[in-house]
Design a protein around this ligand. Structure first.
Ligand code: NAP
Length: 552
């Protein structure tokens, strides 16, 4: 990393702004940022498009929505009182519980007074002369701030494929990420679910129990493991809570930011087949994805090793699903296991043994058109009362690219990221001074426990802001060189794994025309954090600071 950090005197004095910081979004990231900025005595305003706080957990109210990281780990670590007093009723939090928790945090830390709901940020413009941001919203606000923090989320731009005829559909259609607040009752209805990622897999068993008939349109079969969800074991909860600080610290030293799993020590290929399958079986029974990936050291780096785990899962599917043709269609076969997001389920494969559920191969016979009565594929017409799009998101970059985000020097985020997102540490974008991104592209983000990743980013940013204030800095930006080197490092790390082999949303493959760039940092959370800490310890290496002109 070059020592490009410099510290020069500015041409202009620090201009007064309405706020020290504008925060875009009041999900888990925006709320914690607000809390930390209060601690610094900085003024901040958070704008949130939703009518409530919670981000992803506010919008994704579809039936069965549940986290795939255990609740005792998927929760804020910053307050021991909070983590001690909160009771999680189940091993994995479901959407209503997590939203309740987030609302509790907003109240407990008195965050609401600085949050403006029902307000979408439409534009953010950095003034190159005054080093300030001007932020505009769809409610007519125009405010200035020294810093802009993008806490706008990784999976917050729902995407309905551009199907012809969608406006003609006479029934009701829904997207998993824009679910109606009052829920939807599918009782007695003919329903289609399009998409079999995490959202589809969670909702399908529940909709199947209500619907008259459910057709599932699957384009790609996914690797799906049992969640093993269960009511919270009181003994487990009390032991965990008694040991919380040590457990949180342990999570910091793991690749996924999740503690409690002993790291693997052996290659899958060094173990006799029977022992290997027994190990996979134990993990299958235990439930969870990290635990399964932790069976052996090389499941994400060696195709042959990966094949052993993939075969185990395919055989499990064949054992559960009674109809052999359906079972085969549900067996993933076009990507290494774990290179698309592993999905956790509760009774997903068993659902295909029901008489009222039909699986349609949307790879062989793609959906061609939505019709007034339902939809048409390459070889058949279907009639539905409701269509559910579980078709995912314009992930990681979508939310930022929807904003008119630019500088008076002439840069726009859309142009800047035209060939794929570029950041320094996933935290900053060269050419966009005084802007920070929480869990942006090029950081572990979705490849780590999101709350751990959010707290790490926020803490780093807040420490940085404190440093800038102490030094009287009015402008802070990543250098192009540091950004180039980081982008190269992110790519090299990804290329040393099996991840790029999959057409996943990690590479933007689900959005037609989106440049194919591996977006998350897969070098591991612990390694990433060490790099961020080192950059800070070296006086924010790779960044340029411009000091306010002194008038003395
Ligand atoms: P997703 O993983 O992107 O899945 C979208 C699904 O829609 C895929 O099966 C995709 O098929 C299909 N699809 C898209 N366009 C289609 C078309 N034109 N025709 C037929 N099928 C089409 O989206 P998601 O399920 O909402 O999940 C997104 C991410 O959110 C997850 O990976 C996870 O990180 C997060 N999430 C987490 C949880 C949890 O914690 N348990 C729950 C929900 C979501 P292809 O695969 O062929 O593109």
């Amino acid at each position: 990393m070059p020592d490009t950090h410099n510290d020069s005197a500015s041409a202009g004095a620090m201009r007064e702004t309405d706020y020290d910081v504008v925060i875009v979004g009041a999900g888990l990231a925006g709320l914690y940022t607000l809390h930390r900025l209060r601690g610094l005595g900085m003024t901040a305003r958070a704008y949130e498009a939703g009518s409530g706080v919670g981000g992803t957990w506010f919008w994704n109210k579809y039936p069965g929505a549940r986290c795939d990281v255990e609740s005792l780990e998927y929760s804020y670590a910053f307050s021991d009182e909070l983590q001690q007093e909160w009771h999680w009723p189940e091993r994995y939090g479901n959407q209503p519980e997590i939203l309740e928790y987030i609302n509790h945090v907003a109240d407990r830390f008195d965050l609401r007074r600085d949050i403006q709901l029902n307000t979408r940020v439409t534009a953010a413009v950095f003034d190159d002369d005054t080093n300030t941001w001007t932020v505009e919203t769809d409610q007519g606000d125009t405010v200035t701030a020294r810093y802009c923090i993008m806490a706008s989320g990784n999976l917050s731009t729902p995407r309905v494929p551009d199907f012809k005829g969608i406006e003609s559909f006479k029934g009701k259609w829904y997207h998993s990420g824009l679910w109606p607040a009052g829920g939807v009752d599918f009782t007695g209805k003919r329903v289609a679910v399009i998409g079999t990622g995490s959202s589809g897999v969670q909702m399908i068993p529940i909709i199947a129990r209500q619907a008259k008939h459910l057709h599932v349109f699957q384009r790609t079969a996914n690797f799906i493991l049992p969640a093993g969800n269960a009511p919270m074991d009181p003994k487990r909860e009390s032991t965990h809570k008694a040991d919380y600080p040590a457990r949180r610290e342990a999570a910091q030293h793991t690749p996924f930011g999740i503690g409690g799993f002993p790291p693997p020590t052996q290659s899958a290929l060094d173990v006799p087949e029977a022992d290997r399958n027994a190990a996979y079986e134990a993990k299958w029974q235990e439930g969870g994805s990290i635990s399964f990936l932790y069976t052996y050291t090389d499941l994400l780096t060696n195709q042959e090793a990966n094949d052993t785990a993939a075969d185990f899962v395919r055989n499990k599917i064949r054992g559960i699903v009674k109809d052999a043709e359906t079972a085969e269609l549900l067996c993933p076969n076009d990507h290494p296991m774990g290179t698309k997001r592993l999905v956790l389920d509760t009774g997903y494969f068993e659902t295909y043994n029901r008489d009222n559920v039909t699986l349609v191969n949307a790879r062989k016979t793609p959906i061609e058109e939505i019709t007034p009565a339902g939809l048409r594929t390459a070889d058949a017409e279907y009639e539905f009362d409701a269509i559910v799009f579980a078709t995912g998101f314009d992930a990681i970059t979508g939310a930022m690219k929807e904003i008119d985000l630019r500088t008076t020097a002439g840069l726009t985020i859309q142009d800047n990221w035209e060939a794929g997102p570029r950041t320094y540490l996933g935290l900053m974008v060269a050419g966009f001074p005084n802007m920070f991104v929480i869990t942006g592209p090029g950081s572990p983000s979705v490849k780590a426990n999101m709350i751990v990743a959010i707290e790490q980013h926020t803490d780093w940013i807040v420490d940085c802001l404190q440093h800038l204030r102490e030094k009287g800095v009015s402008r802070f930006e990543a250098t192009k060189q540091a950004e180039d080197e980081w982008v190269q490092h992110v790519n090299e790390v990804a290329d040393s794994t099996l991840y790029p082999k999959a057409n996943s949303w990690y590479v933007g493959a689900n959005i037609p025309g989106k440049p194919r760039v591996f977006m998350p940092y897969v070098g591991g959370y612990e390694r990433y954090k060490a790099i961020c800490d080192d950059v800070a310890a070296k006086g924010y290496e790779g960044c340029v600071m411009t000091r306010e002109k002194t008038t003395a």
